[in-house]
Design a protein around this ligand. Structure first.
Ligand SMILES: NC(=O)c1ccc[n+]([C@@H]2O[C@H](COP(=O)([O-])OP(=O)(O)OC[C@H]3O[C@@H](n4cnc5c(N)ncnc54)[C@H](OP(=O)(O)O)[C@@H]3O)[C@@H](O)[C@H]2O)c1
Length: 437
């Protein structure tokens, strides 16, 4: 049951012995997630952690009556580091000044818990080394899939396996938009506006729509699950902007739907990785994920496939992940810091040259010879057509139809796509989506 926040500070007039010896925690960033974390810490009665400082810019306007009066509200991060705190929670987001704050805290021997995907995707391996060198810990369980405990599972529950594949629906905004187009066959622009009106998408949603957010998360999952160092910029990201309601009609003909899928497969010294809209079977776990939920599937050499599903964002679910990390660090502090398992990292070659069947959707000005023209190009590139689909009832001057291809590599298909999109009857570049079975 949801608790209604009380306006009164919890009774904490005298500090018990257990609480006095509990790890002292400073929270930096009192926004959506930070305030939810503070709430959980203030309402806990087990005294395992003690919130001592809350740091935010222009902090006066942030003060809340439900925070106990002995918690120090401050704008001075460096003064916190000179106090006797044990753990810093970084929840301001972005790279500047978060990166510097985290580095400074780790150098001062303070363990850090963060939900900052940008920071970990870009600097995770270096920051883990820094933590280890300074005898403290860095935890980032909330940085991917918000409240879904997939990173802690990779860190502990699955560390006995040798994982070789991770795939996920990692961006709730894209999933909301695609599943809304699927359900009501509304245009892409209408689904985006609806997501923005409901607070699921930002005014500038490029990071979500064009795959930047998901590939940062995929690089963190690859770091934690596959022990590889991969920069987000090295992972190809395809946008979902070209997807139309008609693509869901054609996908349904193939028993499929469309989702933004992030996938990484480690094969020897190559990491095959990419993010982008893909056809998935409608009855598969990915096909059934609706609205803004996240799903991550892992594949291990010994344990096989595992699935993690839940709320990928939101103040409370993300705060639970942050507090769980805090408790893990607090336990480690009493047992002595634990070395992070990620310090032996591979730096593989990164490739998007997956071999899959493909869905090609054309929009053409209808005339004789279209199929013959496309088939000639495909044949010249040794690509096999699997099926041709054309639904009736469309305007012949802007006719959408689909060709599916038998499995081939991305690199083999790419030059053919360019040639086909340049044909005179093609009104727009061909939409090309992998079909994941
Ligand atoms: N929200 C989610 O659902 C979610 C899910 C997963 C992960 N995360 C991650 O969690 C982190 C926090 O997200 P959020 O949604 O809580 O963000 P938010 O609501 O924007 O909160 C950020 C807080 O940090 C403060 N802040 C920003 N820059 C600062 C600075 N230079 N010095 C001091 N304080 C500063 C902001 O103050 P102002 O009020 O002045 O802006 C604000 O109170 C991010 O890394 C985000 O990616 C969030």
């Amino acid at each position: 049951m949801h608790k209604t926040p009380s306006d009164k500070p919890p009774a904490r007039f005298s500090i018990s012995g257990a609480e006095a010896s509990a790890p002292r925690v400073a929270l930096v960033g009192f926004g959506t997630v930070g305030s939810a974390v503070a709430k959980i810490l203030c309402e806990r009665s087990d005294a395992l952690l003690r919130l001592t400082h809350i740091c935010n810019r222009n902090v006066e306007r942030k003060k809340q009556p439900w925070v106990p009066s002995d918690v120090v509200w401050t704008e001075d991060f460096h003064a916190i580091l000179h106090s006797d705190i044990d753990i810093v929670i970084e929840l301001i987001g972005g790279l500047t000044p978060a990166e510097e704050l985290v580095r400074t805290a780790l150098k001062a021997g303070k363990s850090v818990v963060t939900a900052n995907k940008q920071l970990i995707a870009r600097h995770g391996p270096d920051l883990l080394q820094l933590a280890s060198a300074n005898g403290c810990q860095l935890e980032f369980g909330a940085s991917v899939a918000g409240g879904v405990p997939v990173l802690p599972a990779l860190r502990t529950g699955l560390c006995g396996d040798r994982l070789h594949g991770i795939a996920g629906i990692l961006n709730g905004t894209c999933n909301y938009i695609l599943s809304r187009i699927e359900t009501d066959r509304i245009p892409f622009s209408e689904a985006l506006e609806e997501a923005q009106a409901r607070g699921y998408a930002e005014a500038d949603a490029s990071e979500d729509l064009d795959g930047g957010d998901a590939r940062a998360k995929l690089s963190i999952l690859a770091l934690a699950g596959l022990q590889v160092r991969v920069s987000p910029g090295d992972i190809r990201a395809r946008t979902i902007r070209g997807i139309d309601a008609v693509d869901f009609d054609y996908a349904a003909e193939l028993g499929c739907t469309i989702r933004q899928i992030s996938r990484a497969d480690l094969k020897k010294t190559t990491l095959f990785a990419e993010v982008g809209p893909s056809l998935v079977p409608a009855s598969s776990p990915f096909g059934r994920v609706q609205r803004n939920l996240n799903l991550v599937l892992t594949s291990g050499e010994y344990g096989g496939d595992m699935a993690f599903l839940g709320a990928g964002a939101g103040g409370n679910p993300t705060a639970v992940a942050v507090v769980s990390d805090l408790m893990f660090v607090a336990e480690s502090l009493s047992a002595g810091p634990r070395a992070h398992r990620l310090l032996q990292l591979l730096s593989p070659k990164v490739s998007c040259d997956f071999e899959t069947p493909w869905y090609l959707r054309f929009v053409v000005n209808d005339q004789p010879g279209i199929i013959a023209g496309l088939a000639a190009i495909l044949s010249a590139h040794h690509l096999n057509i699997d099926a041709v689909l054309q639904k009736p009832g469309f305007d012949k001057a802007a006719l959408p139809f689909v060709i599916t291809l038998e499995p081939c590599r991305d690199a083999q298909l790419h030059p053919a796509l360019q040639e086909m999109s340049a044909l005179p009857f093609a009104l727009r570049p061909c939409l090309c989506l992998p079909i994941l079975r």
